[in-house]
Design a protein around this ligand. Structure first.
Ligand code: PMP
Length: 432
């Protein structure tokens, strides 16, 4: 396809009339399609139903370390679940603390700890005039939601193909003691799909923050969520160990969960960090709960057994969602290839495709798609305060719909992209 910018006004206007007609036709179908949230589909949830059969009224509910999982006790998690989550987080079990069903909840709880009692004996952030977090952008909206909730000032840092721009990160955190954290999704990042390079991870481990309670909030949500196995999948350096090697053992809080391995909302989540950090977190946790759901921990440990079990299971997820990612890519390539009105990511794992529209078009595209019944993540959501300075990033979440629904939704999406881009090009020409 010819670049839209090289078409004459007359060509664009004619194309617009044709596309508008197509758009009105699909609009008339009254569709309702959702490409907004990174949720597994029903077929993916069905993969884990065997977990419901590993425990029944006849089962032995005693954990390997002798805890009766039906009763109170064992706030740190049962041994077999600790081992499983330690393996998932790629740390020794002394560096793991199991929480409840959600890693986002641990992140919120950790920031709340910083605000209320302080991290490892440091001044509670609530007593400081200003607290800042660095936010690589585009990023995960719910991370930004946590820091916004606590009134923490968020500072954008650009993402590069290797991860966050480390020149900027190093400079800012070494100069400004009010910067207490940075949000990171190091593998198959939400939404860009980028995995941080070894050099980026090493630079993180070697950071010299001005604040003693600065931590890297390392959300490894997609650690085993590969789309491709044969062609090679992404691996990243393990940061807890890298920090220890660099003489910065306490620099990182790493978060993992089984949300998109078993059942989102009914999985298990854990914090991985240095022993000193784990002890600090435990102290705060002990006043919150007598223990988490050990029956669910036991179910997960007995069902998956070990990392081989998890990896085999993740291959089945990949087989279900890979065709969906490919479908989105196919439609975008077929309909937008060469038009130069958008670029998009080609992730090798994770849950998202990140689309960059012409500047100033993202909000209008999402609104247009909605007119025809396609719900996308709100434009701007991938930036702190919902403000994308370029108004260009759109997150596509292909996992939940069926392949057929997805194809329909993508057709509507590309129609919306074309219509909004033509309007923008024509109005820019008029203004220029
Ligand atoms: N982190 C990232 C980067 C995510 O994309 C998600 C889910 N969309 C979560 C955390 C939420 O994880 P959990 O269910 O463990 O709270």
């Amino acid at each position: 396809m010819k670049p839209f910018s090289q078409m004459t006004d007359a060509e664009l206007t004619a194309m617009k009339a044709d596309l508008t007609q197509q758009f009105e036709e699909v609009k008339g179908e009254g569709l309702s399609l959702d490409m907004s949230r990174g949720k597994p589909s029903k077929a993916q949830l069905d993969l884990s139903m065997g977990m419901m059969d590993v425990l029944n009224s006849e089962s032995d509910y005693i954990s390997e370390d002798g805890v009766d999982c039906r009763n109170y006790g064992g706030v740190y998690g049962i041994q077999e679940a600790r081992q499983l989550m330690a393996d998932l987080a790629e740390v020794p079990d002394k560096n793991i603390l199991i929480y409840g069903n959600s890693s986002l909840n641990i992140m919120f709880d950790t920031v709340a700890r910083g605000m209320s009692v302080g991290i490892m004996g440091n001044t509670p952030w609530g007593k400081l005039d200003e607290v800042k977090f660095l936010c690589p952008v585009p990023g995960y909206d719910r991370h930004f939601g946590v820091t916004e909730f606590f009134g923490i000032t968020m500072v954008n840092v650009p993402m590069l193909p290797t991860g966050p721009d480390m020149d900027i990160v190093e400079k800012l955190i070494s100069e400004d003691p009010s910067i207490k954290g940075i949000w990171c999704v190091p593998k198959y990042s939400n939404p860009t799909g980028i995995s941080y390079s070894d050099e980026t991870v090493r630079r993180f481990a070697r950071l010299k923050p001005a604040a003693p309670d600065f931590r890297i909030y390392w959300d490894n949500a997609y650690t085993v969520h590969h789309l491709y196995y044969e062609d090679g999948y992404d691996t990243i350096l393990e940061l807890v160990e890298e920090c220890a090697k660099a003489g910065n053992p306490d620099l990182v809080f790493k978060f993992v969960s089984t949300s998109k391995i078993s059942f989102p909302g009914s999985g298990i989540a854990a914090l991985a960090a240095s022993e000193a950090n784990i002890k600090d977190a435990e102290n705060y946790l002990k006043s919150q709960t007598i223990c988490f759901d050990k029956v669910n921990q036991l179910r997960h440990a007995r069902y998956f057994k070990d990392m081989d079990g998890i990896q085999a299971h993740m291959k089945k997820h990949a087989d279900i969602i890979r065709p969906k990612f490919q479908k989105v890519d196919d439609v975008l390539e077929k309909e937008l290839g060469g038009a130069e009105i958008g670029t998009w990511s080609h992730p090798k794992g994770g849950y998202f495709i990140s689309f960059e529209a012409l500047p100033g078009c993202a909000k209008a595209i999402v609104a247009k798609a909605k007119e025809a019944g396609v719900v996308m993540t709100p434009a701007g959501a991938t930036y702190p305060y919902g403000k994308d300075p370029e108004d260009s990033n759109i997150r596509i979440a292909p996992t939940f719909p069926t392949v057929e629904e997805l194809e329909r939704a993508c057709d509507i999406f590309v129609l919306s992209v074309k219509l909004v881009s033509i309007a923008k090009i024509l109005s820019d020409r008029k203004a220029g």
